[in-house]
Design a protein around this ligand. Sequence first.
Ligand code: SF4
Length: 355
Amino acid sequence: MRPELEVEIVSDEEMAIIEAALAAAAAARPLLSAATVRGAATLSCAAFPPAGDIEDSAPPPPRRSLLSRFREGRALAVTDIAATEWCDKQMEFVLEHGKPERTEAMKAGSDRHAQLEQEVIERVDIAIRSAEESWAVKFMNFIVGSNQLLFNGMTRELPVIGVVEGSWMVGIIDELRMPVDGISFHPILVDTKTRFKATIPSEAQKRNGRLQLMCYKYLWDSLISEKFPAENFFSYFDLNPDFLLSDDVKRYISSIGFNAQTFGDVMKYYKITCHTLSRSQEQLSLRYELQEDHSLLEEYKFSYDAQWFKGQIQEALNFWRGAREAKYVTEEEGWKCKFCKFAPSCPKMPSTSRC
Ligand code: SF4
């Protein structure tokens, strides 16, 4: 019996890389996603053994980077980068001790994203029996989503992948829209954030949203304008391009008008599709809406800033690659700590007891 992957609603907060999708019709896109199980290390002072006699003890082994400990053979998610920008230390806590329980506001945000997704996508289940098939379905989802963008003028929850400053990165673009002016063919990237209260987002929240959207733009534009590094992709994720797809997966691919026998066949369709699309617009859009009634609080438009983006990514990757220690939030953004579940264990908080 083939293993069935668990199907769940993809949320904005999820940092998993294995969102995948199915399509069945041009207007309605069925989408499959699978959950990952990620081990969480236990909180323990034993990770920092007491210092012994220098002459007696061998030097401690170099500490592996967070990238190699938690993302080896996997891609970083755009949400990893956004979470790092919010607070390095909080990201480190999440990796080492697991995510805190989701709040009602986070659940409401996920529900809203699921609702927006359902307006244009129909989810279906499909049996996946290998990593190759999981990626094949993701690539087909991209193809169908791109067609939906071109023919219907809009798509949502589009998976993208690429290499950013030397690291594989994945993300799911909330929404792409074609301009209504009938002149430009460059899609507009949109991200919707829901807010519990009818307040305007802080600069720190907007900055975080800007970085997230710029990541999506970078990934989309790279797929469109650069040669997809297929060989690097196969070797980094340890995938076999000659993998023979199951009848279920082949049937699905054929239902949307393609004929693929192997994972490599799907990759060819994916690469061709990427080259039929246009780069996205320089202007990006963050929509803030109220959770209660979905009314629009603010539509924040800003321009892509390649230099700022590069600096932010390098800063985040230096943390992930172990080139620098985790930083705490700045004094001006100390208010973030009030909402942080790890505050009692955080060295930044002076009054709490720690190891
Ligand atoms: S308490 Fe503040 S500095 Fe510490 S992890 Fe949380 S947000 Fe970051």
